[in-house]
Write a protein that binds this ligand. Structure first.
Ligand SMILES: Nc1ncnc2c1ncn2[C@@H]1O[C@H](COP(=O)(O)OP(=O)(O)OP(=O)(O)O)[C@@H](O)[C@H]1O
Ligand SMILES: [Mg+2]
Length: 242
């Protein structure tokens, strides 16, 4: 069991207050790890610390068993960590193709960018079909797929997804989650935050329950879904009862 990412004793927050409190968290290489928990628990904050958007006040982060010191967004990208944020993040007035190409902004070799563009178009037909349309004209679910396509332009090792199901109808949600599974089949590790606990833990190999900035419970897909407390708190019933 190899960890791609470990957080030890991490404290982080905003202004005067700590949101993450001596947090220990592990992400196994090749996993889909899903973080669930109430609003304000610090789920997005965990992702921001990993992607370098927010600096930890105390504690240690290790990536592939090396310390991640002086972390910032550019360094995280260079390590192969990309984040798809919670809120819509495409440039609405730019075309779909322009948005996707922007994902490769740190890649200097145009031949690599072209090759990745072709791979991404093969995986996401919408990138080719709606290439010249303004991204702002797409539906919420379609924009999600374009955001995924954009993040793959860096050929990431670890993908951070913050609430990919937000605002999607059940059918679109299903197709977005199938795409998450396909990105995972491509050999990438995925750390996912989800309010839709059933859908999120449903595709995950590992689950983490975060409450008030601390890990309340973690384990394999079956352990977390089968936990009676989790069933009561988040699912209304356990999976074994369902
Ligand atoms: N930029 C910020 N400045 C100040 N406080 C913030 C900022 N971002 C988040 N917080 C606070 O930190 C706490 C944790 O926020 P966070 O966004 O990590 O929660 P979350 O678990 O992702 O919640 P949600 O499910 O609502 O997305 C909240 O109390 C929030 O108000
Ligand atoms: Mg959040």
């Amino acid at each position: 069991m190899t960890m791609i990412l470990s957080m030890r004793n991490v404290t982080a927050g905003y202004d005067g207050s700590d949101v993450l409190k001596s947090l220990d968290l592990d992400v196994e290489e090749g996993s889909i790890t899903c973080i669930v928990g109430p609003n304000g628990a610090g789920k997005s904050t965990v992702l921001k610390v990993i992607s370098g958007l927010l600096r930890a006040r105390r504690g240690e982060l290790r990536y592939r068993d090396r310390p991640m010191t002086g972390l910032n967004p550019r360094r995280a990208l260079a390590l192969g960590i990309v984040q798809v944020p919670q809120n819509h993040s495409l440039f609405p007035a730019m075309t779909v193709r322009e948005n996707v190409r922007l994902g490769a902004f740190t890649v200097s070799d145009p031949a690599i960018v072209d090759a990745r563009m072709r791979e991404v178009e093969a995986m996401f037909p919408i990138v080719r079909e709606r290439a010249s349309e303004r991204a702002g004209n797409l539906s919420g679910g379609q924009q999600r797929l374009v955001e995924f396509a954009r993040c793959l332009m860096l050929d990431p090792e670890l993908i951070l997804l913050d609430e990919p199901s937000m605002g999607l109808d059940p059918r679109t949600l299903k197709s977005v989650f199938e795409t998450v599974a396909r990105m995972h089949e491509g050999g990438r590790t995925i750390l996912l935050v989800e309010q839709n606990v059933r859908a999120g833990l449903g595709i995950a190999t590992h689950g983490i329950v975060l409450e008030s900035g601390r890990v309340r419970l973690e384990g394999s897909h079956d352990e977390v879904l089968g936990n009676p407390q989790i069933g009561r708190l988040y699912l209304g019933t356990t999976v074994s009862e369902a």
